[in-house]
Design a protein around this ligand. Structure first.
Ligand SMILES: [Cu+2]
Length: 189
């Protein structure tokens, strides 16, 4: 008997183990990459987990709180940014014309008073779903003055096709002058 015939037959077990280790390593690298992406999104973009979800009772929006009618429209904050509050309902937005300044960080906060609506500003990546019971929020910035359309892009029943709003972007100095006179601004005539 020779030495080689005494060793166990080569059934590929070693090779299979090596392959398994390689695949395990690939999975670990993917997991590590996802952790890095999540950490980057959380720290750099200020993304929050779903547990931070903000709610607003659609039955009492008109009675008080953030989305009462007198609080809708554009507000200049003490830090120089602008907050826009709006409501979508069958089949219009309130306010139906939103006024924002150029070159200013703008935060949109909106909700729905009835069914799901869409909040989309044409030609930008501002695109929200307005879900009754929840507050949708997104930041944006506008470089040039002008006017943009804001169609509801979630089918919300028979009058959906007539549900349009407008965004009017005006010079920052003019906006600041108007904000000194009125607490909430809009371009509704
Ligand atoms: Cu709608």
């Amino acid at each position: 008997m020779t030495q080689t015939s005494l060793s166990p037959p080569d059934d590929g077990a070693d090779r299979a183990e090596r392959v398994e280790h390689s695949w395990a390593l690939v999975s670990i690298v993917i997991l590590a990459l996802l952790v890095v992406i999540a950490a980057f999104a959380a720290l750099y973009h200020g993304a929050m987990p779903q547990s931070r979800v903000e709610t607003a009772d659609p039955r009492t929006l008109h009675l008080g709180g953030e989305f009462i009618e007198s609080n809708l429209g554009s507000a200049l904050e003490p830090d120089g940014t602008v907050t826009v509050r709006a409501i979508g309902q069958q089949y219009s937005f309130t306010p139906s014309c939103i006024l924002v300044p150029t070159n200013t960080p703008v935060t949109f906060r909106a909700t729905s008073a009835d069914v799901v609506h869409g909040f989309l500003i044409d030609g930008t990546n501002i695109n929200l779903m307005l879900v009754p019971g929840y507050i949708s929020s997104l930041g944006g910035r506008f470089d040039t003055p002008g006017e943009r359309l804001m169609p509801c892009h979630e089918f919300c029943s028979v009058g959906h096709e007539g549900m349009w709003g407008r965004i009017k972007i005006i010079d920052k100095a003019a906006f600041v002058r108007m904000a000194a006179e009125r607490r909430r601004l809009s371009c509704v005539e």
